[in-house]
Design a protein around this ligand. Structure first.
Ligand code: FAD
Length: 303
């Protein structure tokens, strides 16, 4: 059995594995795809101390750093069940079971997509999901934000300070965001909010986004909006479906953790985008991976 088994190989999982292995304890990592969301990222400009890098390059250094230590890395395997026996057991889709004294869950999250033509093609070429990451790329340009919930309106307010103007498209006839945020957005001269708008297509010139099409659900008319960027803010879904019978999850399905990364099951810790930690970012998930590994180590020396 392992002493620490990390489930997930994104920045949170890699960081947890390195911190655990450096304690000289038997460490394993099991992941569907090493690198996680970073593998899908083009330019990264907010990984502190590295002014610019690219997703696959950062993943290669993460992998190299993990391999400096004796860590068992198992990829292309999905965990499907977490159980507490004498040890903690993680069942895999292959039917195998891995056992460990402590487990760190770092299975990340995925952005909900619009599922309209052009979205995949122009991902990273104008279609963006993270305003903290990609906002500055659209300095002085017009952008759209899809979704009028808290994250959409927060994104609009944030972007309004950087870009030329922001149009928020909300599917429903009301905004779901908190009142204070809506009031703030409405007070800014370069934010326009359009309700009952269903985005139907991302328009591009083969290289980058040039606009989008949306249908006014009231009149059924189709309109074109000229924008250089489209921020999709219709939800971040934690990869925690397989844990709902074994751990305390928040309303949004995030794993509830305390300040040491501990979950509701003794010996099980969690880190990164799959948890209740606010603000989903690479530096933040790496920090929380370190916290969870140190939390797990602390748990083991006391038990
Ligand atoms: P993830 O990166 O999601 O990794 C999860 C890991 O768990 C993966 O290895 C996955 O295969 C594995 N996994 C999931 N479910 C299972 C399972 N059941 N069994 C086994 N393994 C499983 N952040 C920034 O700071 N700067 C940026 O510029 C930036 N740009 C981004 C651009 C895009 C397009 C996207 C999608 C995200 C971006 N982010 C950026 C956010 C950043 O990528 C995430 O905050 C970060 O990757 C979260 O790390 P994580 O380790 O928690 O999860």
């Amino acid at each position: 059995p392992y002493e620490v088994l990390v489930v997930g190989g994104g920045p949170a999982g890699a960081s947890a594995a390195i911190y655990a292995a450096r304690k000289g304890i038997r460490t394993g990592v099991v992941a569907e795809r090493f690198g996680g969301q970073v593998m899908d990222t083009v330019g990264i400009e907010n990984f502190i101390s590295v002014p610019y890098t690219e997703g696959p390059k950062l993943v290669a250094s993460l992998e190299q750093h993990v391999k400096e230590y004796e860590v068992d890395v198992i990829t292309e395997q999905a965990a499907t069940k977490l159980k507490k026996g004498e040890l903690i057991e993680v069942e895999l889709a292959s039917g195998a079971t891995l056992k460990s004294r402590s487990v760190i869950l770092a299975t990340g999250a995925r952005w909900r997509e619009m599922n309209v033509p052009g979205e995949q093609e122009y991902r990273g070429k104008g279609v963006a999901y993270c305003p903290h990451c990609d906002g500055p790329l659209f300095k002085g340009k017009s952008v759209a934000v899809i979704g009028g919930g808290n994250s959409g309106i927060e994104a609009a307010i944030d972007l309004a300070g950087i870009v030329k103007d922001v149009t928020v498209l909300e599917f429903a006839d009301t905004l779901r965001a908190d009142d204070v945020l809506v009031k703030k957005a409405e007070s800014l001269p370069n934010i326009t909010i359009i309700k009952q708008a269903m985005t139907t297509e991302v328009l591009g010139d083969d290289n980058k986004v040039v606009g989008l099409k949306y249908k006014d659900r009231n009149t059924d008319e189709t309109h074109v909006l000229d924008v250089a960027g489209i921020f999709v803010q219709i939800g971040l879904i934690p990869n925690s479906e397989w844990l709902k019978d074994s751990l305390e999850l928040s309303e949004r399905g995030e794993i509830v953790i305390d300040s040491h990364g501990a979950t509701s099951m003794p010996g099980v810790f969690a880190a990164g985008d799959v948890t209740t930690t606010p603000y989903k970012q690479i530096v933040i998930s790496m920090g929380s991976g370190a916290t969870a590994a140190l939390g797990a180590f602390d748990f083991m020396i006391r038990n």
